[in-house]
Design a protein around this ligand. Structure first.
Ligand code: ASP
Length: 271
């Protein structure tokens, strides 16, 4: 049975977190499809890479100096790469893709912002595939374009998945290697990157699990369970071990942050 496994940003925030994630991947050989968020917060008042990319995009749009922000973003990935002694040569494409973002053509600034944001997950999946291969785990980076994830174009920063995505995924073939897929974005019919709403990597996980007919979607996040109360406010609340999709959706919709509400709607609709 093939499993899809998705990791959130705080689970991928630095090299140590990466190690935990890789142990989880290694623990079960059937964990073949890996969907990732961008590196999140390493500590409470840290800034998520997605938010740094928003700053980067805004600086470019407003023609301000962005050197420090860019270095900060690249540094987040470099720290992870250094944990695994990834060579400068292997890391170089990540540096140049981040450097070249302002030089690409975008239909307008909304698309520019979406494409910058998407690169948080895109480069994290690239880096994870490099690291896994470095550890002799055969892995391949797969862009949402190859999978055929097609999204609506009315709002490139809160796009919806289009039905044809499922048809495309139905035709997608893969071998035995791990597939490392960036969450959070797809491509419009015109070929431009567009992201889902914030927290949307869960949505990618749902889409792919559905479209590839994967019987088990495991979603790893920074809490060990869904609890009966917010563990950041109440000490040691009781974990809830079983929950229906509908109950999960109610909670997600009401703002609990463990799983994205749109990702559950896709499961409920069986789209
Ligand atoms: N990186 C994106 C965000 O911060 C998407 C995600 O993590 O699911 O919203």
């Amino acid at each position: 049975m093939t499993k899809l496994i998705k990791f959130g940003g705080s689970s991928l925030a630095n090299g140590d977190q990466y190690k935990k994630v890789i142990n989880i991947i290694k623990k079960d050989k059937t964990r073949q499809i890996i969907v990732l968020s961008a590196p999140g917060k390493r500590f409470d008042d840290d800034i998520k890479v997605t938010d740094l990319l928003i700053q980067y995009a805004k600086a470019v749009i407003n023609k301000q100096d962005y050197k420090d922000i860019l270095n900060n973003i690249i540094g987040r990935y470099k720290d992870i790469a250094d944990t695994y002694d990834i060579s400068d040569d292997e890391f170089a494409p990540i540096v140049s893709i981040f450097n070249n973002l302002p030089k690409q053509k975008y239909p307008n600034n909304e698309y520019l912002l979406a494409a910058f944001k998407a690169h948080g997950e895109r480069m994290n999946a690239k880096l994870m595939s490099i690291v896994l291969n470095h550890l002799n785990i055969k892995a391949k980076f797969v862009d949402p374009k190859e999978l055929g994830i097609v999204v609506s174009k009315d709002d490139p920063n809160a796009a919806d998945v289009l039905k044809e995505t499922y048809e495309n995924l139905g035709h997608f073939g893969y071998g035995n290697e791990k597939l490392v897929i960036p969450g959070f974005f797809g491509y419009t019919k015109d070929g431009n990157m567009a992201t889902f709403a914030r927290g949307g990597s869960d949505i990618t996980g749902s889409i792919i699990a559905n479209g590839l007919n994967i019987p088990m979607y495991e979603n790893f996040t920074d809490v060990s369970s869904i609890y009966s109360a917010n563990p950041k406010i109440i000490n040691h609340p009781a974990p809830i071990k079983k929950m229906t999709y509908r109950e999960m959706r109610e909670l997600a919709y009401a703002g609990f942050s463990v799983f994205n509400d749109e990702a559950i709607i896709l499961q409920l609709r069986g789209m």
